[in-house]
Design a protein around this ligand. Sequence first.
Ligand SMILES: NC(=O)c1ccc[n+]([C@@H]2O[C@H](COP(=O)([O-])OP(=O)(O)OC[C@H]3O[C@@H](n4cnc5c(N)ncnc54)[C@H](OP(=O)(O)O)[C@@H]3O)[C@@H](O)[C@H]2O)c1
Length: 165
Amino acid sequence: MRLGMIVAMDLDGVIGRDSDLPWHLPADLKHFKDTTMGCPMIMGRRTYDAIGRPLPGRTSVVLTRDDEWYVPGVEIVNSIAEALDIAGIDAGADGWAWVIGGGAIYAALLPHCEQLLVTHVEARVEGDTWFPYIDWDQWVEVSREEHPVNDKNTIASAVATYERA
Ligand SMILES: NC(=O)c1ccc[n+]([C@@H]2O[C@H](COP(=O)([O-])OP(=O)(O)OC[C@H]3O[C@@H](n4cnc5c(N)ncnc54)[C@H](OP(=O)(O)O)[C@@H]3O)[C@@H](O)[C@H]2O)c1
C-alpha cells in the first residue's frame, strides 16, 4: 500500500470549525472525490460524523475508541495499526490509501505517509481544529495547481503535492 494524506488548510493551518469544514469550495470537493475514488480512506470518528455517510466507491475505515460505535457499511477499527492493516488489504500492494482527517488522525498518521496533497486555502478563517505541527524541511513540493476565485469558489486555493525530501 502507498499511503497519502489529503487535507485543506488555511494560511494558519486551520482545517475545521464546529465539526465541519470552515469553507465551501466545490473545486476542492471535486479534487477530493477524484483523488480518493476507488481507494480506502482512513478517518477519525468525528470526521466520519461530519461526512455523515459512507462515501460511495471508497472503503471508509473509521477510527474510534468506542467499542459500541457501529455504522453499517464502514470498516470500524480501534487502533492505528488496525486501520493500516485494513486499508492495506483493500488497497493492495501498489495501490493508494488516503488519510482524510481530521486533526487527531493527521497527527497520528503523518509519520506513515509518503505523499501529502494539501489544498492551501488562501485566507485566514475562524476555526477550532488545526493541522498538526509538520517539519516542512522534510517535504518537497513536486507540483502545484492554482484554483482562482470564480462564481462557485469564493476563496482562491492551490493544491500542492509534497513528497518526502
Ligand atoms: N480541512 C480538511 O481537509 C479536513 C479533513 C477532515 C476533517 N476536517 C475537520 O476536522 C474536524 C475533526 O477533527 P478532529 O481532530 O476533531 O477529529 P477526528 O480526527 O476526525 O476524529 C477524532 C476521533 O477519532 C478517534 N481516534 C483518534 N485517535 C484514535 C486512535 N489512536 N485509536 C482509535 N480511535 C482514535 C476518536 O474517536 P472516538 O471519540 O469515537 O473514540 C477521536 O475522538 C472537523 O471540523 C472536520 O470538519 C477537516
